[in-house]
Design a protein around this ligand. Structure first.
Ligand SMILES: [Mg+2]
Length: 390
């Protein structure tokens, strides 16, 4: 059996755990640079505050809202502690994001999955003073839906064999990959519920979701064979590396290569609806020694442009030996789900992150339609020109 854990109003819960004066009050985290709410307490939600919402609107709705700037290092610490309680029962723990994860409890035999999940829940509540919702089922998809169905403090177990019946009455947006737009299209086509999608013909469904149709039907039938993938030490990350055929001594070239890698990685980050906070650059010298440098951004991001200056600093900091390089890698870690990601409506028209965000999405769309070379940033052009000269 697989357990999905999803912390309730995670950032705000951590703040409330750390400061008792905030408990039971309308509290929100966010409102800094991007001017949006990243997390709202259930007390604030009762007054109409939700995420993501522009801070100005939240304050109009709820003038007494206590607004706290995000302390992402603190959330990452709580996240590690939260997952460590699951590690008491199984080594098979997959961190899907800072506050969500899957545990495979099938291999431990001391407790039933539900018993182990209840112990993990109580340990988290007792030690960290935050609440999380749990879904227990025979596969990832069903456990994830189950954990989100009765938040906060949800604890839903779906017995083996009842996966399809459990999902059947739910609205289509509960299935993975069905965002607001896709849900509207499916609604209009008469496919409002998961049961209707489970019975749809792949050809008909493909008109709305393209090549995802066969997989979506399997999900709708409650079928999912994705394994829990545990990564040791750190949560899921995005990384890419490039090996050079000859020693590279040109810093400009290394920087352009690193930026191009960041661009490709961020396209994946955006496609997954995630954001990342930590950037790591690894350099391998021609004598095969390595240097690795990391930096964390103030806030999670899904924009490559917000990583460029860190990449430059990390390459300069890491490249201390006067030796040519054979390999460069870029890695994005500390993955957050959804937060500060693409579809946020922002207030100010001249907001630079928003303009960058629209640009990044336009570039993603052009590249997926017309090929990777259809749009080039400065460093892409630079790399291409250099290729031509050699
Ligand atoms: Mg959560």
């Amino acid at each position: 059996m697989i357990v999905h854990l999803d912390a309730d109003a995670f950032f705000v819960s951590v703040e409330q755990a750390a400061d008792r004066r905030l408990r039971g009050k309308a509290v929100a985290v966010g409102g800094q640079r991007r001017g949006i709410i990243a997390s709202a307490s259930y007390e604030a939600r009762a007054l109409g505050v939700y995420t993501p919402m522009p801070t100005s609107r939240a304050l109009r709705l709820c003038p007494h809202l206590i607004l706290i700037p995000g302390d992402y290092r603190k959330y990452e610490l709580f996240s590690r502690l939260m997952f460590s309680f699951a590690n008491d029962y199984t080594a098979e723990v997959e961190h899907a994001s800072i506050d969500e994860g899957y545990f495979d409890l099938g291999r431990q035999t001391k407790f039933t999955a539900a018993e182990a999940a209840a112990k993990i829940r109580d340990a988290i509540a007792g030690s960290l003073k935050i609440s999380a919702s749990f879904g227990i089922a025979s596969n990832k998809l069903v456990s994830q839906v189950a954990s989100k169905l009765k938040k906060p403090g949800g604890f839903v177990e779906v017995p083996r064999g009842e996966e399809r019946a459990f999902l059947a009455p739910l609205a289509n947006h509960w299935l993975p990959g069905i965002g607001k737009k896709a849900a509207e299209g499916l609604d209009a086509a008469g496919l409002r519920t998961v049961a209707q999608i489970a019975q749809a013909s792949p050809e008909f469904l493909a008109r709305h979701v393209g090549s995802y149709a066969p997989q979506l039907i399997l999900f709708a039938q409650g079928l999912d064979d994705r394994p829990v993938v545990s990564e040791h030490g750190d949560a899921t990350s995005y990384s890419e590396q490039e090996t050079f055929g000859t020693d590279v001594t040109d810093e400009e070239f290394v920087l352009a290569t690193a930026r191009a890698m960041a661009d490709r990685l961020m396209t994946k980050v955006r496609a997954d609806g995630k954001t990342i906070r930590t950037v790591t650059v690894k350099l391998r010298y021609r004598d095969f020694t390595e240097a690795s440098r990391s930096a964390s951004l103030d806030e999670p991001t899904d924009l490559e442009t917000e990583t460029y200056s860190s990449l430059e600093r990390l390459v300069k900091k890491g490249w201390t030996k006067r030796l040519g390089l054979r390999l460069v890698s870029v890695r994005f870690s500390q993955v957050y789900s959804g937060l500060f990601s693409a579809e946020l409506a922002l207030d100010s028209a001249h907001n630079t992150p928003q303009a960058q965000r629209e640009l990044a999405h336009a570039i993603d769309a052009l590249r997926s339609k017309f090929g990777k070379g259809s749009v080039m940033r400065g460093h892409d052009l630079w790399l291409k020109t250099r290729e031509g000269e050699q």
